[in-house]
Design a binder for this molecule. Structure first.
Ligand code: FES
Length: 390
């Protein structure tokens, strides 16, 4: 993602202290979210209800043949790809993602994308992909995938999803291509005639970067319970649009009842961190926050500084891990080609068994010490001499 948003300068100590104070007196759900907020303040990706390695299901493998039935150019650098399959995908909730697999320039590529379609549209589904600078997958899809082409997809999965019957007031917040799960949610809410009071704030760099602008505008016009506001950093839109990156003053003015709302937040990490800082200042209830981040900051690997011996069973070879590399990166550097898709700990495609050693999951902070644990090598580093089944 190339959207950059303001990172509010909030004291890590302040947030961590709030987290620790509150978490002592709340239930597991709240505590989990608070832990996520704490991790975000330390430059770590977190997902609400992120499943542990042990809870991984087997639907992540892209094994269903899907045919492109049409594509739509959403902006100058973003396209939607609509697919059909012989057997419909399993029922999913709005906000879910799939893994896709295709061959680009002779190489097998697996990636994770959120579904932008509504779960109510059973005969087809779509992903919406924004070109990323030097991104192999996004650029290949943009330049090559056309109607009639076939790729493999997985069943939908994910925990950043809307309930089937959401009640109460909702606030959607997204930046850049973080709009895709929100679009799925809004389409679903529209199709199901949901009457909730919904506010959607969408952030983009410029008017031409706003994905789904016309459809969203039409949705807002036809649904009195839906209020949509765009905020752009450059070349302000005419009319009722906002200007600039997300900030506390803007949010407080536009959504004065924010504390009463269930919040769905999705975007690049700087946007997420800025938003969470604002929510924290407004003393929001973390149990009402659901979030997904499209990027992972794995700089924690270098911060931890581990450099343990790492062995891969398939090649019977050990390497001295670099302190800045994940286990997946080390495996690839060793010449292996392990399965991987999202590479940020979401899709579970890379899940593998650890035979021995201690590893740390950079996303969840989970430390695995037991032999036979399953780990996610794309977001894990070895703390001690480790052997993994790769
Ligand atoms: S969890 Fe998706 S590649 Fe590791």
């Amino acid at each position: 993602m190339d959207i950059t948003t303001n990172t509010t300068d909030v004291s890590k100590h302040e947030i961590n202290s709030v987290v620790e104070t509150i978490s002592g007196s709340l239930g597991n759900t709240v505590r989990r979210t608070l832990t996520q907020l704490k991790a975000l303040t330390t430059d770590r990706l977190q997902l609400n209800n992120a499943p542990t390695a042990e809870s991984v299901n087997d639907t992540a493998s892209p094994h269903i043949l899907a045919t492109v039935i049409r594509t739509t150019l959403e902006t100058h650098d973003t396209k939607s790809y609509f697919f059909s399959t012989e057997t419909p995908l399993k029922p999913y909730k709005a906000g879910a993602h799939i893994n896709i697999e295709f061959t680009a320039n002779g190489d097998r590529v697996v990636r994770t994308y959120t579904l932008s379609s509504s779960p109510k549209t059973a005969d087809e589904f779509s992903i919406t992909v924004k070109r990323v600078n030097h991104g192999v997958a996004s650029n290949w899809l943009f330049d090559h995938l056309t109607p009639g082409d076939q790729i493999n997809v997985s069943q939908p999965q994910g925990s950043f999803v809307l309930p089937y019957q959401p009640a109460g007031k909702l606030l959607m917040l997204s930046a850049g291509s973080g709009i895709t799960p929100v679009m799925s949610m809004l389409r679903y809410l529209s199709q199901t005639g949901n009457r909730s009071d919904i506010v959607f704030l969408n952030y983009a760099q410029s008017p031409s970067d706003i994905i789904f602008h016309d459809e969203l505008t039409a949705l807002a016009k036809s649904h009195p319970n839906l209020s949509i506001l765009f905020s752009v950093e450059r070349e302000a839109l005419s009319g009722e649009s906002l200007e600039g990156r997300i900030n506390e003053k803007q949010v407080s003015e536009v959504v004065p009842d924010i504390l009463e709302r269930e919040i769905y937040l999705c975007g690049p990490q700087p946007f997420m961190k800025a938003t969470i800082s604002i929510l924290n200042k407004l003393e929001f209830n973390p149990a009402q926050l659901h979030l997904e981040n499209f990027t992972a900051d794995l700089s924690g690997a270098a911060e931890l500084g581990y450099s343990a011996e790492l062995s891969f069973t398939s090649i019977n070879k050990a390497v001295q891990a670099a302190s800045s590399k994940t286990i997946l990166e080390e495996a690839e550097a060793a010449g292996l080609n392990p399965a991987a898709a999202c590479r940020i700990g979401i899709c579970k495609t890379c899940r593998c068994k650890k035979q021995s050693g201690t590893t740390v999951n950079l996303v969840t902070g989970e430390v695995s010490t037991e032999e036979g644990d399953y780990i996610l090598p794309c977001v894990s580093v070895a703390k001690t001499a480790t052997t993994v089944e790769l």
